[in-house]
Structure formats: C-alpha cells, structure tokens
Write a protein that binds this ligand. Structure first.
Ligand code: PMP
Length: 433
C-alpha cells in the first residue's frame, strides 16, 4: 500500500503541466450520489431518452446492418459520413444556417469538437472569453489547455455587449492574446437565458472589428417551448464563427455524434486533429443516425421532447414560486436549466451535503465560473425527473435553504460565524456517497 502510494506520487510528478487543470468537476463528484434512486437529482443535464421510442432506434439499427453492415462496422472518413453531413445541413437550416456539406466535420459529440478547437488555437496563457456563468466542461477543456478564462457578464438577455467591449480592452491592455469568444447564445447552460437578436448582431460586430473568432455552442436551440428563438449567430456570419451542434439533446447522447461547422481553413485543421485523435468518428452510430433521420419523423420526435421538457420546466417554475418565493431565478424559454440566486449569505457548495441528506441534489454555482464566483448560485436541471419529482425536489430544497437561513440567523444572534481555515471542513467530499 505504502510502496504503491509512493510510486503513484512519483508518477504524478511526471504528469504534463496541462493536467493541473484536470480536477473532478462538481457535476462529476455529484453523479455517484445523485444516481441513488431516493435522491431527486436536479443536478446533471441528462436528456430524458425514455421519451424516444426504442423501436425507432432498433429499426434503424436493423436496417443499417441489413443494408450497409460492412461499411457501418468499418473505419470511416475523418470528416464524417457524407450522407449524414447532408442531413445535418437540414437540421441546421431549421436555425437559419446555410452551409455546404464540405464545411462540416462530424465529431464524437460536440464535446470533442470543443476539445479539438481549443487544441488548435490555445497556447498556455492565451485568453478564452466565456460568458459568466459558462458550461462547466468547456471550462475544464480550456483549463486543460492552460487557457486563461476571462469571463464576460451576462444578464437575462444573454451576454452584455458593453461588458464584452470592456473585457476585450482590459485583456488587450494586459498584452494577452485572445483566441476566441465561447458562447451558448440559446437556452444557455447553466443560466437558461437566450441572447436577443439585436445583441447577437452587436456581439458579432464587436468580435469582427476586434478580429476575435466566435465559438457558438448550440446543443439546445431546437428545444424551445415558446416559439422559435432567434436564429443562430452563424446564420449571419460565416467567416468569424465556428458553430457546434449535436444529436445528444434532440436524439440521444449515447450515439456520441456532434459536429463543427467552420470556415474553410479552420475546418481542414479540425479534420486533421479529428483524425489524430480518433481516426474517424464512429461509423456505426453515424449510419444509425443517418437511417433514423431518413426513415422516421425526427421533427415530430423533437416536438415530443419539447413537450416533455416544457411540462417539466413549468413544474419547476411553479414549485419555485410556491416553495421559495423570496428567491430569484431565470425563466428559460427552452433547454434544460434554471439558474437560481440564493440570498447573498448562503454558500451553495457548503450547503450541498445537507441537501443530499435531504435527498435532493443540485449543481453549485461555482462549477460554472473559472474564477470561483457563483457562491450563492445554483443550477437546477428539469430535464430528467418527472414533474412530481421535480416538485418534491424543490420542496426538499426549500427545507434545506430555509434551514440554512435559520442557522445563519441563530449564529448571527449569538456569536460571529466561526472562521473556517481548513476548507475541507466546508467543501463537500469528492465522493458524496
Ligand atoms: N455544450 C454544452 C453547452 C452542453 O451542455 C453539452 C452537454 N451537456 C455539450 C456541449 C456536450 O454535448 P455532447 O458532447 O453530448 O454533444
């Protein structure tokens, strides 16, 4: 045990510098606990795949094996299956995007596209601009390439253009190179807000005039509940935008099929990086999705998903209004997430073990910032539990929050709060099970 421990320590010292950013995220640490059946998990962002009829997938798989078995089981193109890329153009057209089949690269989920693009652009110390709060696993990617993340403020209407201007100015004054702006303009993860059309144009203009590439990540755009959101930023700007899409939320994440749409020169590099990483994305799942899109009412299926998530969003907003009326939260018109602001003096990370004891899980706000902000924020996901469980989860959460507030009031009436010097005493353990 001791010998092994020493060896591991020694080996650890040989890890590349870039691994310093690879720490388990709050979301990851939560999964073990949140998957216990008695816990209502409002934490992870898992699509409700049970709303996808199994026969639609098994039928497509059978047809693939019958008609294209050897090709589907073989290595494929590093750019992705041409006939699937044709269909991806149709999917993107729903959000106003016009592109050619050669402009696309299929990746192993859009997560992999995020990694490839960061790998292509970011040297240690380069700056990535990212809205605040931002997608936790994108931040992990940026950190793993030793990028410095400069957050840009957002409000209920998405990224704030003036904040973007000021951040660019500040970073440039410090002499640091900015590599791209990472944004989730539609139904953002975690904030659930959508960038208005006017702001989309303004932000594109700011980036154009400052020669900054936009990385537009759009996994949720087709999951709208109140009429179509504004078209993608890529629909008005070809040269300055790399657009990421995925089948994870409109079909199922288990296929691991996403894509990047990029200006010509960048796209060539992405293909090379894709080949270096995986040779080719999974032929089999690309064939199955191609068959699914050819042979079933995929738009009707997206409608079904919208209905399921709309009902759950409503359940969450009503429950918040009933049980936690004094808090504030965002009002998502699509996607998976509500972003809740707790009273200033609450710390959502240190409150988490208590929540888990009450059998409810959420994601603490600090996960979504590179700079430790977000202490009194939480992300609640409404995508997975049924409406009844969502309501029960919010009820339990209200017990936790009210209990915590009472405790603080008691402390403040008796003695000052203790200063905790050892952060392991207030941080949840990595494995909460
Ligand atoms: N971007 C965002 C904003 C996401 O929320 C997710 C999944 N949670 C991804 C990218 C990655 O999705 P996938 O790799 O499944 O396409």
């Amino acid at each position: 045990m001791t010998t092994q421990g020493t060896n591991l320590d020694q080996r650890y010292s040989h890890y590349a510098d870039r691994t310093a950013g690879l720490a388990a995220s709050e979301v990851r640490a939560l999964f073990a606990v949140a998957s216990r059946p008695e816990v209502v998990s409002l934490a992870g962002g898992m699509p409700f795949v049970s709303a996808l009829p199994k026969e639609l997938v098994s039928g497509a798989m059978e047809r693939v094996m019958r008609d294209s078995g050897p090709a589907a089981l073989q290595y494929g193109s590093g750019q992705g299956l041409p006939q699937l890329r044709e269909q991806i153009l149709e999917v993107m057209a729903l959000e106003g995007i016009r592109a050619g089949v050669d402009d696309l690269v299929v990746t192993t989920g859009s997560q992999h596209a995020l990694e490839l693009i960061t790998k292509l652009f970011v040297n240690p110390g380069d700056v990535v601009l990212a809205e605040a709060p931002s997608y936790v696993t994108a931040l992990t990617v940026f950190k793993s390439f030793q990028a410095e993340v400069a957050h840009v403020a957002m409000d209920d209407f998405g990224l704030v253009p003036q904040a973007l201007r000021e951040t660019i100015e500040r970073v440039r004054a410090e002499g640091k190179p900015i590599k791209f702006l990472y944004t989730i303009p539609t139904f953002s993860n975690p904030a659930g807000v959508t960038l208005t059309w006017e702001r989309r144009l303004e932000i594109l203009e700011i980036c154009r005039s400052n020669d900054i590439l936009v990385l537009e990540d759009n996994p949720y755009g087709l999951l709208y509940f109140e009429g179509q959101p504004p078209h993608a930023m890529r629909s008005v700007e070809e040269d300055g935008v790399i657009y990421l899409g995925t089948f994870s939320k409109t079909l199922a994440p288990g296929f691991r099929v996403g894509w990047a749409l990029a200006p010509h020169a960048i796209r060539e590099k992405i293909i090379l990086a894709n080949e270096a990483a995986v040779l080719s994305p999974s032929s089999f799942t690309q064939y199955v999705i191609h068959e699914y899109l050819s042979g079933s009412d995929w738009k009707g299926q997206i409608d079904t998903f919208r209905g399921v998530y709309r009902e759950r969003r409503d359940a969450m907003l009503h429950a918040l209004g009933d049980y936690l009326p004094d808090l504030s939260w965002t009002n998502p018109a699509g996607g998976f997430y509500v972003w809740v602001t707790l009273p200033e003096n609450l710390d959502s990370k240190s409150m988490l073990p208590r929540a888990v004891k009450e059998l409810v899980a959420y994601t603490p706000g600090t996960a979504f910032y590179a700079d430790g902000s977000g202490r009194n924020k939480i992300r609640l996901s409404f995508c997975y539990p049924t409406p009844d469980f969502i309501r029960e989860g919010i009820r339990r959460l209200s017990t936790v929050i009210n209990g915590e507030l009472e405790l603080l009031t008691t402390f403040s009436q008796t003695a000052p709060l203790p200063v905790v010097r050892d952060s392991s005493l207030i941080n949840p353990p990595a494995n909460l099970s």
